[in-house]
Ligand binder design. Structure first.
Ligand SMILES: Cc1cc2nc3c(=O)[nH]c(=O)nc-3n(C[C@H](O)[C@H](O)[C@H](O)COP(=O)(O)OP(=O)(O)OC[C@H]3O[C@@H](n4cnc5c(N)ncnc54)[C@H](O)[C@@H]3O)c2cc1C
Length: 385
């Protein structure tokens, strides 16, 4: 019911922008393993990546619901917002936990796109999903911290000016609770790249810029620590709900992309003298996927509504991410089956997205960890780890 959609104007604006970047644009980048620089520039210039920055710092001051609609539309058009979506939400830690001076120093320039803060270095090779056991260490020396260690899967590090980094400032045996003793830092990549910070790109099954990061005595001034020392994990936790809602929206965009393309193909493609879409064997998987995408969509908006009202939304944000990632994958499979052999052909619109949408059951948080959160925190079952 388009008449009831409160986001119609916003959707139209994003769609218009995305129409300049058709399937062929993304396919060529995918083949070259190249960064979608022109697309990211267009998104920045249109102000979409500053959606969540308050107007006093030069942003659009929109809610998470609107931000999620922007990313959803990018994905529904066939694009992939992972090249730049973190520019929207990584700054949230600075906004919520930074000092007035830090916010004034960075946020207006991030809003204008002069500074890219879209790298977020949390995951480490040994810790994996168990973030509190990270080993990268920051030692206070006078007016600065000296940081050494290793990160992995640090996405967009080569396309960022600044990076948010989580490191241990107090040894685990000296803290009262797991998760304490970690601190958050804003790292100036330009000043340190190739000196105290080295990057080794990781090639993956999708066109996504991500890398290992090696830190050797990287110096960060005291004034670039975000939030209190030892409370860094808490500072990133409240931003994770935003990330989960936005990723859910990308999955919903993917789900609708698959359904748009597959239903169009099923109407056109004729075999045995009739459209393949006339067969229930083709219709039902698409209808089932459609129902699941719509259900996940409701949970996305419920989570966004709670977040934007300043209310707790952990369960809803996690369920939205879980359900949407599963729904987009179901739609991907139904679309691949509908396209038959052509589903595997590079010049057809399914196989790239098929690879891309699979990621969301693993990153930024794996499905098992979401289920464990729901089991422990919502259902009150004993912790499994
Ligand atoms: C393309 C890509 C981009 C990424 N970008 C970033 C980024 O920008 N910044 C960043 O910090 N990280 C990033 N990540 C890392 C991502 O968040 C992690 O891959 C993810 O959190 C899982 O960690 P892991 O890969 O070490 O898996 P592991 O923790 O080793 O887990 C492997 C499997 O075991 C399961 N498992 C582990 N423990 C349990 C348990 N207790 N119960 C049940 N199942 C369990 C997991 O669910 C998973 O399926 C990215 C990853 C990818 C692939």
């Amino acid at each position: 019911m388009p008449g009831l959609d409160p986001y119609r104007d916003l959707r139209d604006g994003v769609r218009k922008l995305c129409a300049r970047f058709p399937d062929s644009y993304w396919r060529e980048l995918d083949e070259q393993g190249a960064y979608p620089e022109a697309f990211v520039r267009a998104m920045t210039d249109a102000g979409y990546l500053a959606a969540l920055i308050p107007p006093e710092y030069g942003g659009a001051g929109l809610g998470v619901a609107e931000a999620s609609v922007i990313l959803e539309e990018v994905h529904r058009s066939g694009g992939n917002a992972a090249a730049c979506h973190a520019q929207m939400y990584v700054m949230g830690a600075l906004l919520r936990h930074g000092t007035p001076e830090q916010k004034q120093r960075y946020l207006p320039r991030i809003a204008r796109g002069e500074l890219r803060l879209q790298a977020f270095a949390v995951t480490e090779p040994e810790a994996g999903s168990d973030t509190p056991s990270i080993r990268t260490t920051a030692v206070r020396r006078g007016d600065r911290y000296v940081i050494s260690g290793q990160k992995v899967w640090t996405s967009r590090v080569e396309q960022s000016d600044l990076m948010l980094l989580l490191a241990r400032t107090t040894p685990p045996e000296q803290v009262r609770r797991r998760g304490e003793g970690l601190s958050l830092f804003l790292v100036d990549l330009r000043a340190n790249l190739g000196k105290t910070l080295h990057v080794r790109p990781i090639r993956t099954m999708i066109n996504h810029p991500t890398a290992e990061v090696f830190l050797e005595d990287l110096e960060v001034p005291l004034e670039d620590r975000i939030g209190e020392e030892g409370q860094g994990f808490r500072c990133i936790l409240d931003g994770m709900n935003v990330e989960r809602i936005l990723i859910a929206a990308e999955c919903i965009g993917d789900g609708d992309y698959f359904l748009d393309r597959a239903t169009a193909y099923a109407r056109e493609r004729r075999v045995f003298g009739r459209p393949i879409g006339q067969n229930q064997g083709i219709q039902f998987p698409l209808a089932q996927a459609y129902a699941r995408v719509r259900a996940a969509d409701l949970m996305r908006f419920r989570a966004a509504e709670l977040y934007d009202a300043g209310l707790p939304c952990g369960p809803e944000a996690n369920m939205a991410k879980l359900l949407a990632a599963e729904a987009s994958w179901e739609a991907a499979n139904a679309a691949l089956q509908t396209f038959g052999g052509y589903g595997f052909a590079r010049e057809y619109p399914i196989e790239r997205k098929f690879r891309e949408t699979r990621l969301y059951q693993v990153a930024p948080v794996s499905t098992n960890l979401v289920l464990a959160y729901l089991a422990h925190q919502v259902l009150g079952l004993p912790r499994s780890y």
